[in-house]
Design a protein around this ligand. Structure first.
Ligand code: GLP
Length: 234
């Protein structure tokens, strides 16, 4: 795990963008993408650049169950707003939160990931240490699955909704085993509410209670943290 400390999210986004360009030069074709406020500065760097993504494939980590792509809180909507509308890809994939048959949807998503191995995966981290929507206690062996969201995650994400009651209770998430297959992983963490999770991820034991701790076992992970998120690190 390589740790890069930055002054603020803007600098973090710039560094992540530099890493992306290096990987694309080296032949990366499939990007694993994340939502949440954390990767926004990274997407801003891409959007204001001249980088051509028209030959690239993207696969997102997760989507809420029950939200249509047109719903402003859906991750489909987020991705179009922050990246895809400005930077067309060859193809973009996200789980279908409206799938009638969720079991078939998760299976199809696994097949999709197998067909397009992820070269460069961008991650945020939940304040409980989740990655994607893999909540504490999730097996490291799991691939795409339907998740019951933790009360802490519903609470944290309620800031994007009119009220806590409107936050979906379930999501479809790429699993930890799938994330670990990515050739390179860049995890961004900004702000003091991530400090405890960052410390446990970097310095704590590898445990399913803190899903991001598994990244200690990945051969090519870069963690980019601002000062507030790094403040508890030794
Ligand atoms: C969300 C997403 C994660 C994200 C995390 C942190 O629930 N599913 O992919 O990394 O929580 O979100 P934020 O970046 O807004 O703090």
């Amino acid at each position: 795990m390589k740790l890069i400390r930055v002054e603020n999210p803007a600098e973090g986004g710039k560094i992540a963008f530099t890493l992306l360009k290096e990987q694309m030069k080296a032949g990366a074709k499939t990007l694993g993408l994340a939502t949440g406020s954390t990767p926004e500065t990274f997407y801003q760097e891409i959007v204001k650049s001249s980088l051509d993504l028209s030959d690239m494939t993207s696969i997102n980590l997760d989507e809420y169950v029950g939200l249509a792509a047109s719903n402003q809180q859906s991750y489909h909507y987020f991705m179009h707003k922050h990246l895809f509308d400005a930077k067309p890809f060859k193809e973009n994939f996200l789980p279908n939160g409206l799938a009638k048959d969720l079991a078939a949807e998760v299976k199809a998503y696994d097949q999709l990931i197998a067909k397009h191995p992820i070269d460069f995966q961008i991650l945020g981290i939940g304040r409980n240490g989740h990655i994607g929507f893999n909540e504490p206690g999730t097996s490291f062996e799991v691939t795409t699955h339907v998740v019951d969201l933790e009360p802490d995650t519903i609470e944290a994400n309620s800031r994007f909704f009119a009220s806590k009651d409107e936050v979906p209770k379930q999501a479809i998430s790429m699993g930890i085993a799938s994330i670990m297959q990515s050739k390179m992983i860049v995890l961004l963490a900004f702000g003091k509410e991530k400090a405890e999770a960052v410390k446990a991820m970097v310095e704590g034991p590898v445990t399913q209670d803190l899903p991001a701790s598994i990244l200690q076992k990945h051969p090519n992970v870069v963690v980019i943290v601002d000062q507030a998120a790094a403040e508890l690190l030794d």
